[in-house]
Design a protein around this ligand. Structure first.
Ligand SMILES: [Zn+2]
Length: 117
């Protein structure tokens, strides 16, 4: 297991643990995290559709938008997205549109890394 794999595994475990806590407080189990695979780790994005009425406020998109807003970016070139579930088509499309290079689903039918670029 490489350093990067260890780091990604640790980040995913943190996202899943956060997801469990979020569900226990009434939220949905989806959590998104953006990382640059070196040092940057975003805040956890959670589904905010119910709270905001924004039908695009999926956990993954919330994490990507939050990263761009906090870092003053218009894209996320080369960054990676970790998601506790298999992202939907909208989230994949948003990731591609904004330069995400890799998506790491915590759970997917094949259980594999998805390269989106
Ligand atoms: Zn989605």
């Amino acid at each position: 297991m490489s350093w990067s794999t260890e780091r990604l595994t640790r980040l995913m475990r943190g996202a899943v643990e956060f997801s469990v806590t979020h569900v226990e407080s009434g939220g949905l189990p989806f959590v998104g995290v953006v990382t640059d695979e070196i040092e940057y780790v975003s805040e956890y994005g959670v589904n905010e559709v119910r709270e905001t009425g924004d039908l695009t406020a999926h956990a993954e998109i919330v994490a990507m938008r939050g990263t761009m807003r906090q870092r003053g970016l218009t894209n996320l070139d080369g960054a990676s997205l970790l998601a506790t579930g298999e992202p939907c088509g909208l989230c994949y499309r948003f990731a591609i549109r904004h330069g995400i290079g890799r998506v790491y689903p915590g759970h997917s039918p094949g259980g594999d890394l998805v390269t989106v670029s």
